[in-house]
Design a protein around this ligand. Structure first.
Ligand code: FES
Ligand code: ZN
Ligand code: ZN
Length: 346
């Protein structure tokens, strides 16, 4: 197998590009794909300050590495979710990466700062763990970007993530979600701009990028994600991709180019007026924001939870949509590399 660019020995095949690449040209391809996504969707301007939501996994660490390489002033933000050993381990990877590159990593520990962890919060609020997790991440990432005066918040959602979310939204024709499924959400009413610069890279590619750059990342899946439908959608899409290389890319980018706009009007129409949350000051259309309601339920003595459940029922649909945008969507990649073993490409 030869590199498409230099004809030297290839280390990876990318079937949707119908090509093989050596280390140097694969790393360049990854950077080029990120640069292309940033330019095509107007995600970032040169020199902007970016806060990268870092989980310790391959996607967010690859994203951080590439953004710094492209010259952005990118700091990291790690949120400790209190998911046992998994959180401790993930934090270690994020810290070690930041130290090794002399980069700034901000950290917030949910149990220490808000008095609850994700398993406990999910139980108290009778939510799925990923739902409580997504809500907490969205709120605390936004908050960190706002307080730090960053121009944008970048997340490591890759092509597999976006295609799987699109598949889930399409299977149920969740038109409001479809209207918000964009690689960029512009800043508005106190929310920072949110960008997904990895949308042109698959998770197999971000894993290979990390391996080839010597970036150590947490390989284990979040234990709370077991049974998550998105893992099933990813597996189904991987099967389709094997038969039809490029299908994921065409599905997602075809949606953005040809269909996304049709769902935008509903999002604009349903957009409520935002005002500062009565408790934390974050923008919300519900008086008390969803995160403060979750915190109230998760930290209330058992007998009081019933009352807090009443508050929870007031959550607006727009908040549910925003919550869905940060679901954890990591899974194993399912395609055949040339020299990097599949076992490492998780
Ligand atoms: Fe959020 Fe697993 S539930 S990372
Ligand atoms: Zn080459
Ligand atoms: Zn609040």
């Amino acid at each position: 197998m030869k590199c498409r660019v230099c004809r030297g020995p290839a280390v990876i095949d990318i079937r949707r590009h119908n090509a093989n690449f050596c280390r140097e040209h694969f790393l360049r391809l990854c950077r080029d794909q990120v640069e292309k996504a940033i330019g095509r969707f107007g995600m970032l301007q040169p020199g902007e300050r970016v806060l990268v939501a870092v989980s310790g996994g391959k996607d967010s660490l690859a994203l951080w590495d590439i953004l710094v390489d492209l010259g952005y002033a990118a700091d990291g933000f790690y949120l400790g979710l209190g998911i046992g050993d998994y959180s401790d381990e993930s934090a270690g990877y994020a810290r070690r990466y930041a130290q090794s590159r002399n980069l700034t990593l901000h950290t917030v520990d949910l149990p220490a700062t808000h008095g609850f962890d994700i398993p406990g919060g999910a139980r108290a609020a009778k939510r799925a763990p990923c739902s409580a997790c997504g809500l907490s991440k969205r709120h605390l990432f936004d908050d960190a970007a706002r307080r730090g005066g960053y121009d944008a918040l970048a997340t490591g959602h890759n092509l597999d993530d976006e295609a799987a979310v699109l598949m889930g939204n399409t299977l149920r024709w969740q038109t409001e979600y479809l209207g918000r499924q964009l690689p960029v959400l512009e800043a508005r009413d106190g929310f920072p701009r949110k960008v997904k610069p990895l949308v042109r890279l698959s998770e197999r590619e971000t894993a290979a990028y990390c391996i080839l750059r010597g970036i150590d990342y947490v390989v284990e899946e979040c234990p709370m994600a077991v049974g998550n439908k998105h893992l099933a959608y990813k597996a189904a899409l991987n099967d389709i991709e094997v038969q039809s290389p490029g299908a994921k890319h065409d599905f997602y980018f075809g949606f953005l180019e040809r269909a996304s706009e049709r769902f935008r009007a509903q999002v604009e129409r349903d957009r409520g007026d935002l005002a500062p949350c009565e408790r934390c000051g974050s923008p919300t259309d519900a008086g008390v924001c969803a995160f403060c309601r979750l915190t109230a339920r998760a930290t209330a003595p058992k007998a009081e939870r019933k009352g807090a459940a009443h508050l929870e029922a007031r959550e607006k649909p727009s908040e549910a949509v925003a919550r869905a945008a940060l679901r954890p969507q990591r899974t194993r990649a399912g395609m055949t590399p040339v020299r990097i073993s599949d076992r490492r490409l998780r």
